[in-house]
Write a protein that binds this ligand. Sequence first.
Ligand SMILES: Cc1ncc(COP(=O)(O)O)c(C=O)c1O
Length: 400
Amino acid sequence: MPVAPHITEAMASSSFIRRMFEEGILLKSRFGADQVYDFSIGNPDLEPPEKVALMLKEMGASPQKGCHGYMPNAGYPETRSAMAAKVSAEQGVALDHSRIVMGVGAAGAMNAVLKAVLSPGDEVLVSAPFFPEYAHYARNHGGNLRTVPSKDDFSLDVGAIEAAISSRTAALIINSPNNPTGKIYTRTDIEGLAAALKRSKERTGRSVILIADEPYREVVYDGREVAPVFPSWPDSVIVSSFAKNLSLPGERIGYAAVNPASPDAQGLTDAIIFCTRVLGFVNAPATFQRIVAQCWNEKVDYSSYLKRRNLLTGILDEAGIEYSLPEGAFYLFCRVPERQATSGDSGNDGAFCEHLKGKRILAVPGKGFGKPGWFRLAYCVSEKSITLSREAFKSARMEW
Ligand SMILES: Cc1ncc(COP(=O)(O)O)c(C=O)c1O
């Protein structure tokens, strides 16, 4: 068998979101797309801003030569400068293009950062529930993901994180707004976390790199602020992309930004550039580097996500299913209801998602996010589909 056993094992335990997505395609071909309520995957359904299509047209028609060639591994200088302006505004800390490395989506950028900082056996901490791919990303580079439960309201449990830090801890990943909970961490949370990282550094002699994974930064409700991390902790890196805010997930365009206050900011940036190259990415896609250099601050109306959040929470309220109200992103994290029938699998998120599937509702069990007893609904789907799911949720709840 040519496949390495650890890959076979990882594949078996990790493909649950994709499996749901693929089962959805089958169900839709059997019952019709309208009759399947597919909340399985976070594929934004807003179209990218018009300027993206206009630029593509212009670029296609342009006689300019050499625009498909190799470039510096970190990306085009003008794109890096545009990202530096973006990150400076978001973080309230001035940085220039030299601290930016363009990446193949947030996922590619995260892998380059982890490869740059992990030694074999190192730990990467994350607050659970979390984006399940992080476990694979850490393992890709010889690290182990260690999870720390969040507080009941899904905010960071700073005390528990501090207690989990040891001399093996290389990095801590935070993700705000969070997938799967929609939680946004406040300035007080981040400042408290930075104080804990400072104490940990004194205790272990090692500085933990804080990686803020921010692809949902712009998708926030009720004017919420996504707190910056650069002013609070020097050893920090932002990882982000244009997958969710500009609806470009398939174009694989993102970046890593290194805090200029990091004691070895140049060394860390150079290492991320090198890792982008040797991971085989070489550089982020050229065409979309040009596009995001000009479109990164296009105005996008995210109010339809808020509308859909409210529509879906109304339906869940009616059905009697509890959830944590998202402050950003487009996921609803819901508690598996108490079972009325006495089948013994009360609170079992896998069984409940199977039960929902029987009603043609596709949801993802919480176990894979590190939170059994819960399930995730991605509501970046049509209003019509959400509205049509009402009776299915009600009967699923009643028959559980
Ligand atoms: C929390 C989180 N981080 C990273 C990613 C990957 O983003 P990208 O498609 O830009 O690689 C996702 C995608 O869903 C995500 O939810």
